[in-house]
Design a protein around this ligand. Structure first.
Ligand code: SF4
Length: 458
């Protein structure tokens, strides 16, 4: 990928480096892999999938050439199953539970890639997998869903299939949320989540794009118009570092930076430049690998703890190292230094690990007098994401630091009409696991609303 002399990627290669990294299985490879499955009774892989996809069943359908049936089995259980086939940490979920792990000369079934094989077939053949119930089975219940990401889409699909009248409000111009805007193209191209949105649209769900609750429509209007409201807005922008120099040109928000690579022509601004990424979660890794693929000569990830405490998955860490990203452990930014309004360097403090915090992770402590400076052209902030606290307050919902308080074993907030799901209620940490978790929460919230409505109707 990188030119050995200059350390940069040729400009003509930028687009190529944003093409999907993991290749699709060829039809014969998929059938051969499907035929390795033991179709276990009480299969552990199903239990390990947060959405409970009937994995042996969809694999068997691939083996018998029934790709429509296979895709339907997947997407019925997980309305964002095509995206999940690419972004799920399968080695920690279904593939990690496969009985073929640990067998002599055997590997677990490539469940993720088989799932992709079946859903790719459905995407290529533009088939509709979901069916809306007939008019006679429709329920007189109007639901507004705020956010068209994995949780919102999943709730919308499930509610529409149960006969509810659903409208999804989305601030962005397209649906899909994190999958469309926040996960790098070389892992998840936009056309995959956009196809999932189409599948939900085909059920008669209305989507209102470019609408911000609190600006274009008030919380009260939603409460007055709908029987139930689901908040599935995910997380907000990256918070401030709280150090001098953040206002300088060249200091970027990792979320917006990744989004630009998915929504705008690829920029050559980073060609040959030096980039520091602050943080070591999955978004930080995405920002670092994007920087490399945009031609940065050197990308350093700066983290105040060590690789043992980082929240990014091991496979992401390995992927970043393969892309040439460098890691600097036990350092924290002290100030960003500029010249004529642009970043030219960053001052760092060395850290050491002290006592464990409330989550059991050792807390980083600055080492006095250890400051040093490195020259950089860009600083990308990836230290987590802010919460949509204002939205909670607009609905007058009880919350703890931006996390809504929910009734026990329920997705119901302190407002009797308002429910919540997805990143909005848990947030932070391992982003990719949350896509599948959010999908399952969307289904659950739909069934909770349905149960409440059914009681009301009796
Ligand atoms: Fe197939 Fe492995 Fe699941 Fe068994 S555990 S059904 S072998 S994928």
């Amino acid at each position: 990928m990188t030119d050995k002399k200059s350390g940069t990627i040729p400009l003509t290669d930028l687009s190529r480096h944003f093409a999907e990294v993991v290749p699709a299985l060829k039809p014969k490879e998929a059938i051969d892999e499907a035929n390795r499955c033991l179709y276990c009774y009480d299969a552990p892989c199903i239990k390990a999938c947060p959405t409970g996809i009937d994995i042996p069943s969809f694999i068997q359908k691939i083996a018998t050439g029934n790709l429509y049936g296979s895709a339907k089995t997947i997407m019925d259980a997980n309305p964002v199953g095509a995206s999940c086939s690419r972004v799920c940490p399968t080695s920690e979920l279904c593939e990690g539970a496969c009985v073929l792990n640990g067998e002599a000369a055997s590997q677990p079934i490539m469940i993720g890639r088989l799932q992709r094989h079946a859903t790719d077939w459905a995407i290529t053949n533009r088939v509709s997998l979901f069916t809306a119930p007939p008019e006679t089975e429709k329920i007189n219940n109007k639901v507004a869903i705020i956010g068209a990401g994995p949780a919102g889409l999943s709730a919308a699909r499930e509610l529409a299939c149960l006969g509810h009248e659903v409208t999804v409000y989305e601030a962005k111009p397209k649906g899909g949320g994190l999958n469309t805007y926040g996960i790098v193209s070389f892992r998840l191209p936009q056309e995959i989540p956009l196809w999932e949105v189409e599948q939900v649209e085909s059920l008669g769900v209305q989507f209102r794009y470019g609408v911000r609750v609190g600006e274009d429509i008030t919380a009260q209007e939603l409460i007055d118009t709908y029987d139930s409201v689901v908040l599935a807005v995910g997380m907000s922008s990256v918070p401030m570092l709280g150090i001098p120099g953040e206002e300088l040109d060249g200091v970027l928000d990792a979320i917006a930076f990744v989004e630009d690579t998915k929504t705008k022509p690829l920029s050559d601004a980073l060609l040959g430049k030096t980039v520091a990424v602050i943080g070591a979660g999955n978004t930080a890794i995405d920002a670092a690998t994007c920087s490399k693929r945009l031609g940065a000569a050197q990308v350093q990830m700066l983290y105040r703890r060590t690789d043992k405490e980082m929240t990014a998955y091991d496979f992401e860490y390995e992927f970043a190292k393969q892309d040439g990203v460098e890691f600097r452990w036990l350092v924290a930014p002290k100030r960003i230094i500029g010249e004529n309004g642009r970043v030219i360097a960053i001052e760092l403090t060395r850290m050491e690990l002290g006592e464990p915090d409330h989550k059991g992770r050792k807390s980083p402590v600055p080492i006095p007098g250890s400051e040093y400076t490195i020259p950089v052209d860009y600083v990308i902030k990836a230290i987590g994401q802010k919460r949509h606290t204002q939205l909670l307050e607009a609905f007058d919902i009880a919350h703890h630091h931006g996390i809504p308080v929910l009734s026990e074993n329920s997705y119901r907030t302190s407002h009797p009409k308002v429910f919540a799901a997805g990143d909005f209620i848990f947030g932070g940490g391992k982003t990719d696991a949350m896509v599948v978790d959010a999908a399952q929460q969307g289904k659950r919230v739909a069934h909770e609303i349905h149960a409440v409505t059914s009681k009301k109707e009796r």
